[in-house]
Design a protein around this ligand. Sequence first.
Ligand code: NAP
Length: 249
Amino acid sequence: MKTVWIVGGSTGIGLELAVQLACSGHRVIVSARNTSSLVQLIEQRDTLTDKLTTLQLNATDQSACIKVWQKINRLYGKVDWVFLNAAVYEPAPVIPFDQSKWKNIVHTNIDVVLNPLAAILEHPDFIPKQLFITASLAGYRGLPKSGGYGMSKAALINLAESIRPELAALDCRVRLISPGFVATRITAKNHFRMPALISVEEAAKQIIKKVNANSFEITFPWRFVIWIKILRLLPYRWFFLITKCMVKQ
Ligand SMILES: NC(=O)c1ccc[n+]([C@@H]2O[C@H](COP(=O)([O-])OP(=O)(O)OC[C@H]3O[C@@H](n4cnc5c(N)ncnc54)[C@H](OP(=O)(O)O)[C@@H]3O)[C@@H](O)[C@H]2O)c1
């Protein structure tokens, strides 16, 4: 049995991951700004009562992250796995350019990872065995209409790559989660066709299947990943030919 902290587990992929992990016997602490619907779910399902707990947190608040992390350590001891899964998304075109919207997406999506990370690294004795950072396939390359979101996820991929070797020295394995399209309230905001859209149940299953693997990245679904990986390798000339077509769609 592992002790798990999920930041951003009140809805979507994080919620389903929390439920599946708790159902397989792990102790899961979920943090998000609004945990009321999760509290209701726990009350309705006896199987979750012992295994799933919530600690309300706005992860953009640095001191709140420190307090919650210290509380978790006090109540549950050392945490084995931490999932930094929170994010926000709004469709944000470049024309017309809404700078405050872009800035909010970029700052939030980076803060909700950096703040808990800073809290975790304060005390070496409590650094988890595995640290999962949820980015996105949208962070691989600059895709049209991905607004500040793709930019923020590109930064998180870079962050995970950069800290993995350093944290390995402290016996902490940094992992990257790069999902394709998953049906959540995030994708519900998109008005374009999303190839290979999968359910949250499938997404959580894919994460759990690889949770103990030695690999750096957990990415899914394969039928979409393969195209994005090819797109990542293309020289700019070809890459822009393709993304120009995406703009016209
Ligand atoms: N759905 C997709 O297609 C897709 C694809 C690639 C990557 N992802 C990534 O997967 C992760 C989960 O997304 P999702 O699709 O499941 O969307 P979601 O249902 O909106 O989940 C986002 C979670 O982040 C939490 N959150 C947002 N701001 C927060 C803050 N300031 N402090 C604490 N928690 C905060 C939300 O809870 P509260 O609102 O209650 O705070 C919610 O629990 C995100 O990192 C997203 O970028 C999703």
